[in-house]
Design a protein. Structure first.
Length: 209
């Protein structure tokens, strides 16, 4: 079992509610087969709850009810699987180019019995026009200047991008502003999620298209 601190447990109950057992099972997958297959390093295991799973899951608060969501470069399911567990009303599509990661994601989805998630193997630019979504999410994929071109076109002219970022979010927006506008981004802001739940809130760049 991955250890969870009392503060993390309190936050996890607020975020996942009755679906907390699914979140716990997902964390076990991350700590075992996820680490064994190189989806994340051993140093990350003690920080799985706070730094990864809860950090991603609170972004669910920013997504409208019953949205169709694409998660670009899903990797170990961060944030895609966290959102699918926290919000069963969402219809999630995980986009991931690497076959070994796709295999792992499908194994975890089957084990957790998640019926609101599908995985597409491919790069984001290869699935433009093949997905019909309202929201695109991403975490640790690339700087915003590169990420804009991978995410905005998936929205086909309307919706929003939610990119989980760190302290450099405002700086990245400045550098990517021209490209975001050229791609159809109408409004780009830095928003936060999880202030009332986490010790350190999650910083998100929101691009409205």
């Amino acid at each position: 079992m991955v250890e969870i601190t009392p503060a993390e447990h309190t936050a996890a109950v607020k975020v996942f509610g009755e679906r907390l057992p699914l979140a716990e099972r997902y964390v076990e997958h991350l700590a075992t087969s996820g680490m064994e297959r190189g989806l994340l390093g051993p140093r990350e295991v003690p920080r799985l709850w706070s730094r990864h799973v809860l950090n991603c899951a609170v972004v669910a608060d920013l997504i409208p009810a019953s949205s169709r969501v694409a998660d670009v470069g899903s990797g170990a399911g961060l944030p895609g699987l966290c959102l699918a567990i926290a919000r069963p009303d969402l219809s999630m599509t995980l986009i991931e180019p690497l076959e070994r990661r796709v295999t792992w994601l499908n194994e975890v989805i089957d084990d957790l019995g998640l019926d609101n998630v599908e995985v597409i193997r491919g790069r984001a630019e290869q699935v433009i026009g093949k997905v019909d979504v309202d929201v695109v999410t991403a975490r640790a994929v690339s700087a915003l200047s590169g990420l804009a071109g991978l995410t905005i076109p998936l929205l086909a002219g309307s919706g929003e991008v939610l990119a989980i970022k760190g302290r450099s979010a405002a700086e990245e927006i400045e550098k990517a502003a021209k490209q975001i506008r050229r791609l159809g981004g109408k409004e780009t802001t830095v928003v936060t999620a999880g202030e009332d739940v986490l010790e350190e809130h999650t910083t998100v760049v929101r691009i409205v298209v």
